[in-house]
Design a protein around this ligand. Structure first.
Ligand SMILES: NC(=O)c1ccc[n+]([C@@H]2O[C@H](COP(=O)([O-])OP(=O)(O)OC[C@H]3O[C@@H](n4cnc5c(N)ncnc54)[C@H](OP(=O)(O)O)[C@@H]3O)[C@@H](O)[C@H]2O)c1
Length: 468
């Protein structure tokens, strides 16, 4: 039997092992290699019927020799130095036209640097979303690299991707770091989406005294409506689960400190450097940081012991508020993609991005289909101003306004809900308040202003009277 593999994969951890099984499952012969050889053998031994399509290899040389040309090699190792090291080890063994795919969560700038340093070997930076389950049964994948590199991988990627009504959730989004950039922003939006849900959960739990089982039911009901999404579905699911040992809701047994691996923070820093407003993600990242400051929060709770008050809100209002906030958070994310696409010369295809997020990835939702439609009709228009979403905001903003007001009055923190509302009120305010900032700057630092009555002339110092 011909032992040549169509594709190879290095790094049989959580993501790599599942992706390799998915590739084998879709009919491809795949060679695998892992730094720790025992893991390779364990993987092949556990592959069941798929083992016939898996070629386990113990050395990098044997791995490369087992691949058909042009060689296609997927790396699923931790981002950073391991990717550089693995590429450096592979390059002497490869030939012009071979393609290395970096499927990890690499910083898009690293992908750009590596793509420029690879010589005649090509690099495809591939953002993969959907966790272990997605990798096994259909992830959403965001590719960046040359058209040739993508063409070499496209048949396999389309086969293993999640499908939304028959359309594979994978696309070539631009050169070099474009795929990893879009994956980073996907994760930033994911942070915002999760934080908005957590804040609504907090109002139900702390303001309305609802138990986890009732909260599970509320989210399950919402999952049948406009909020229908993977994140709402798993929110209902985790809220309903009980601890077999104690019989208590598992949710109530979890310490309230959120972890993070950094892609949310990267998104916020990137947005700030581009002067692209992203307040929902900023609020979400800050909330995770504050969640880690348990001592500070315990101290605050004892210094200001008059805890939060009760809130009276109906579930329809909470649902409508969450819908409005979600639209505004996603609008911010897509606007950032538009700015970055122009600045980096990627011309990111926003409707395609919304389309490949409709299935497979963590933020998959029914609403992304509507977003794809709105972005297709008018890619330059911020989502929040697209006719269908502007209409939805008009009817749902009053709910967001009352939820934020009621939460603030009761003393319950809703930073992401409040940030999306402030964003909305800012983007519809034709004359803002920055004239005051400019007056202060010109007064103390002679930074210069523009006058409303002298358009075109900037840097004007005004005749401020001295402070007495
Ligand atoms: N987990 C997720 O839900 C998820 C989702 C999307 C993207 N990602 C990204 O996918 C990538 C892989 O994540 P994972 O969760 O699969 O990681 P993981 O379970 O920790 O597995 C890491 C794999 O990389 C290998 N490895 C580690 N350091 C290495 C090095 N210096 N040189 C060569 N190989 C090395 C490990 O080999 P050994 O067996 O020898 O340790 C292991 O096979 C990361 O970039 C991650 O951010 C993860």
């Amino acid at each position: 039997m011909d032992d040549t593999a169509e594709i190879g994969l290095i790094g049989l951890g959580t993501m790599g092992a599942n992706l390799a099984l998915n590739i084998a499952d879709t009919g491809h012969r795949i060679a695998v290699f892992n730094r720790t050889t025992a893991r390779t053998h364990r993987f092949a031994a556990d592959a069941g019927a798929l083992a016939a399509r898996i070629v386990p290899t113990d050395t990098l040389k044997a791995f490369v020799s087992s691949l058909a040309r042009p060689r296609r090699i997927i790396l699923m190792v931790p981002a950073g130095q391991p990717v550089d090291d693995q590429i450096a080890a592979l390059l002497p063994l490869l030939d012009a036209g071979d393609v290395i795919v970096d499927g990890g969560n690499s910083d898009w700038r690293d992908t750009r640097r590596r793509a420029a340093d690879m010589g005649a070997v090509q690099l495809l930076g591939l953002g993969v979303s959907g966790g272990a389950e997605g990798a096994r049964h259909g992830p959403s994948m965001m590719a960046g690299g040359s058209a040739e590199a993508y063409a070499a991988l496209e048949p396999i990627l389309s086969g293993i991707a999640a499908q939304y009504q028959g359309a594979p959730c994978v696309a070539h989004l631009g050169p070099d770091g474009a795929g990893h950039y879009v994956k980073m922003v996907h994760n930033g939006i994911e942070y915002a989406d999760m934080q908005l849900i957590a804040e609504i959960y907090g109002l139900l739990r702390d303001g309305m005294g609802q138990g986890a089982d009732r909260i599970a039911q509320i989210f399950a009901d919402w999952n049948d409506g406009p909020l229908s999404s993977y994140l709402i579905q798993i929110t209902a699911h985790v809220a309903a689960a009980t601890d077999p040992e104690t019989g208590q809701p598992l949710l109530d047994l979890i310490v309230d400190r959120a972890g993070q691996k950094g892609t949310g923070r990267w998104t916020v820093i990137d947005a700030q450097t581009r002067a692209a407003p992203l307040p929902a993600v900023e609020a979400a990242v800050t909330a995770r940081v504050l969640s880690g400051a348990a001592d500070l929060r315990a101290q605050g709770a004892s210094v200001f012991a008059d805890g939060p008050g009760a809130v009276a809100l109906d579930t329809d209002t909470l649902e409508a508020a969450l819908i409005a906030a979600k639209v505004l958070a996603y609008s911010q994310g897509f606007s950032l993609l538009g700015v970055a696409g122009a600045e980096e010369d990627w011309a990111l295809p926003l409707p395609d991005i919304a389309r490949i997020w409709r299935a497979g990835c963590i933020i998959r939702s029914a609403m992304l289909d509507d977003m794809a439609g709105a972005l297709q009709a008018s890619p330059e228009t911020p989502l929040a101003f697209a006719p269908s979403f502007a209409g939805l905001l008009r009817t749902h903003i009053p709910a967001l306004r009352s939820v934020v007001a009621v939460a603030a009055t009761a003393g319950l923190p809703v930073p992401a809900l409040a940030a999306t509302l402030a964003y909305f009120d800012s983007i519809r305010q034709a004359r803002g308040t920055a004239n005051m900032i400019q007056a202060q700057r010109d007064f103390f630092g002679a930074h210069g202003v523009e006058r409303t009555d002298r358009p075109g002339a900037s840097g004007l110092n005004l005749p401020w009277p001295p402070l007495v």
